[in-house]
Design a binder for this molecule. Structure first.
Ligand code: ADP
Ligand code: MG
Length: 623
């Protein structure tokens, strides 16, 4: 038969190199990877044979994974009677790394990171791990719906190329043959293989059998190694922590332990089992559009599909797990799931389950919850916009930085904010900004600091958008302090304003209004400020600065908003300004002050040149 040679895609070469170097201390995981592939292939076949019995007739063959050790030829064989592959599949699945972004991700790693064992585990390198121990790998395979004895052999030594040859193959499925390197003879020991399977693959629900000589009659028999029971169907009491963790690693292809999980058998209107995990690390490709999410779906123990995203809201796209329904039909498709009552009900209860699990964690183990928030907080901030039903739960899960936490870390809950609320405080105050430094140094905070009122400091890009979906916590409304608000005025008037020369300052305000008439909405006296001479604030009904930034970043048209310019009458600079007789100078100074205030509020200026020219003029005068 003709043998065709192909080059690996470049990222495959890199993955192979990386793996051989970085997984060196944990070589044995290649067995887990090959068994998980075999199990997936059998699951897929089982599903197709149930949904298309005419094309995929399920024969009397037991669905199983077989392992054969050939010590003499130093071969380890893993055989499945699953879905199999044709030539195209071989090229697509074993010649490329399907996941987009992998290449970019690899390039972003530095040398040190590349040798970090955990990092490589972040993208399921799967099949290629067999090259850690093999000098050559041969894959004999035949697609399940192939009527003739037509199969393919894929071979490679894992360096630059691979070969595909058409072969005669009677049986459906795939046989992976590892030609082990001389020094890897430990993987030709039956006891070792059995141990490794017990350690990593006991949860596999397909029987895994190893060929063994029967001592009594000297014949070969197949000995089953695993229990072949789906872990989620077992009683919680009988599942060890290690087994839960191992199952997570199989499901998620993440080498890190999960942070937390929940396992439930639900027997209400609908019967189902769920086993849901929260990872401890943000998946590296979570922000990619192509990131697959959702749960692995089973119906009455039969595998149906991966990435069934219909059971989770989008903001929980980092959750891994399985759901096994007794009520959905076996031939359920993604389209059916989309508009299904059962799906909707299950989604609702699974979402609640996860949010409650997180709430419990936040109460019982704040340290662990902070780890969660550090990794997933940004995604959780999508939740208020997406999930109105669970608004109250979500509010309790949010974490913030504030004046009083004195740190960029988002650790303050609204409950804790509440504990510090002042007797006359009518609102929960927050400020939005581009970054923590700007937020925490904003002159808007002065009055709050003076009155010992805490303000939430929001500096993530998504925050302004999130806050637009939050109305109140326990009946107390949220209020942006970038905006004009009565409650802030009240706070000040209670303290009695003490302007020394009211008439003079009124005159001055009038003058400033005249100077800035096209540039601002209004000019007012501010009682909020202590250290800062002037500030700009958004009118209560206008779009906030951060929102405008969000809209323009998304390419949307934004209204032209004018600010309210507030002057601190007690500031020495303002007092000096009032005494200057040269009108031109006053105009120049006022315009500089406005630009400064705008810079603080927006981080940018429309006409920077004008600003710098004015500033330079002053410098000339002074130097
Ligand atoms: P993953 O399992 O994460 O997809 P792998 O590198 O382990 O990545 O496998 C790549 C692909 O090769 C699989 O998705 C599957 O399509 C195919 N594959 C691997 N092993 C088998 C097998 N035994 N039978 C059928 N297809 C397989
Ligand atoms: Mg795999």
């Amino acid at each position: 038969m003709k043998k065709n040679s192909y080059n690996f895609k470049s990222e495959v070469k890199e993955v192979l190199n990386l793996m051989i170097n970085s997984l060196y201390s944990n070589k044995e995981i290649f067995i887990r990877e090959l068994i998980s592939n075999a199990s997936d292939a059998i699951d897929k076949f089982k599903f197709l044979s149930l949904s298309n019995p005419n094309t995929y007739n399920i024969d009397n063959d037991l669905l199983q994974i077989k392992i054969i050790i050939d010590k003499k030829n130093k071969l380890l064989k893993i055989i499945d009677n699953g879905i199999g592959m044709n030539k195209k599949d071989l090229i697509e699945n074993l010649g490329t790394i399907a996941k987009s972004g992998t290449k970019k991700f690899l390039q972003s790693l530095n040398e040190k990171e590349k040798t970090n064992n955990n990092l490589i585990g972040n993208f399921g390198v799967g099949f290629y791990s067999s090259f850690i121990v093999s000098e050559k790998v041969s894959v004999y395979t035949k697609l399940a719906n192939e009527k003739k004895n037509k199969g393919f052999l894929w071979e490679s030594n894992g360096t630059g190329e691979y070969y595909i040859t058409q072969i005669k193959k009677k049986t459906r499925g795939t046989k992976v043959v590892l030609h082990l390197k001389d020094k890897e003879s430990i993987f030709l020991e039956k006891w070792n293989i059995e141990n490794i399977i017990n350690k990593y693959s006991d949860h596999i629900s397909i029987p895994i059998k190893i060929k063994k000589k029967d001592k009594l009659n000297n014949k070969y028999i197949w000995k089953q190694i695993n229990k072949a029971k789906s872990i989620w169907t077992l009683d919680k009491k009988n599942i060890t922590k290690e087994k839960y963790i191992e199952f997570y690693k199989y499901l998620s292809k993440d080498n890190n332990d999960p942070l937390l999980w929940t396992h439930n058998k639900v027997e209400g209107n609908y019967e189902y089992i769920n086993l849901l995990y929260i990872p401890s690390k943000l998946p590296w490709d979570l922000w990619n559009k192509e990131h697959k999410h959702g749960l692995k779906l089973y119906v009455k123990r039969v595998y149906i599909m991966d990435d069934a995203e219909q059971f989770l809201p989008n903001y929980l796209r980092f959750i891994k797990g399985i759901i096994d329904s007794n009520d959905l039909p076996l031939n359920v498709s993604r389209e059916i799931l989309q508009n299904n009552e059962i799906t909707k009900t299950l989604k609702k209860s699974i979402t609640k389950k996860i949010l409650n699990m997180l709430l419990k964690l936040s109460i019982n183990d704040n340290k662990k919850y902070n780890i969660f928030w550090k990794q997933f907080g940004l995604i959780m901030k999508e939740s208020p916009a997406e999930d109105f039903d669970n608004k109250d739960l979500i509010l309790k899960l949010l974490r913030f930085s504030s004046i009083k936490t004195k740190s960029k870390k988002q650790t303050l809950s609204l409950e804790e904010y509440f504990k510090n609320i002042q007797p006359n405080q009518e609102k929960i105050y927050f400020i939005t900004s581009d970054n923590y430094i700007t937020a925490s140094n904003s002159p808007h905070l002065e009055i709050f600091k003076k009155n010992n009122i805490d303000v939430l400091l929001l500096y993530d890009r998504i925050d302004e958008w999130m806050m637009s979906y939050l109305h109140d916590f326990k009946g107390i409304p949220f209020q942006s302090i970038n905006k004009i608000d009565d409650s802030i005025n009240k706070m000040v008037s209670q303290k009695k304003s003490n302007i020394e020369n009211k008439q003079e300052i009124d005159m001055f305000i009038k003058k400033v209004k005249e100077i800035l008439k096209d540039k601002v909405k209004n000019v007012t006296i501010s009682n909020y400020l202590t250290k800062t001479p002037v500030i700009v604030r958004t009118d209560s009904k206008d779009m906030s600065t951060q929102m405008i930034k969000l809209f323009s970043a998304a390419g949307q048209k934004v209204p032209d908003i004018k600010y309210i310019f507030e002057i601190n009458p007690n500031h020495s600079l303002i007092k000096k300004l009032q005494n200057i007789k040269d009108e031109k100078k006053v105009e120049n100074y006022i315009k500089i002050l406005l630009d400064e205030a705008l810079l603080i509020e927006k981080g940018t200026l429309e006409n920077v040149h004008e600003f710098s020219e004015r500033l330079n003029n002053i410098l000339e005068e002074k130097i």
